[in-house]
Design a protein around this ligand. Sequence first.
Ligand SMILES: O=C(O)CC1=CCC(=O)O1
Length: 92
Amino acid sequence: MLFHVRMDVDIPHGVDATGLIAAEKARALELQRAGVWRHLWRIVGRYSNISVFDVGSGDELHTLLSSLPLYPFMRIEVTALATHPSDLAAQP
Ligand SMILES: O=C(O)CC1=CCC(=O)O1
């Protein structure tokens, strides 16, 4: 199942998140190499990203997202994706 995910990061002033940011990057690269984190894009001008995940279920995605190192400092919006009938890749 594909999910569109927007993550907005808000680290409070005074919190040293250097280690968490490094750990987040390592986890993101690991999940991309595993084919789970399919796309990762920066939203221009914001400390936010748009991502696409390929996971088995919403429960699996929740477990994954809530285990990210920066999760305590993120606001996350998730949209489940389905195949569009006019998608070229979906044509017979
Ligand atoms: O910088 C972000 O948008 C948060 C983040 C997700 C993966 C990563 O390495 O940083």
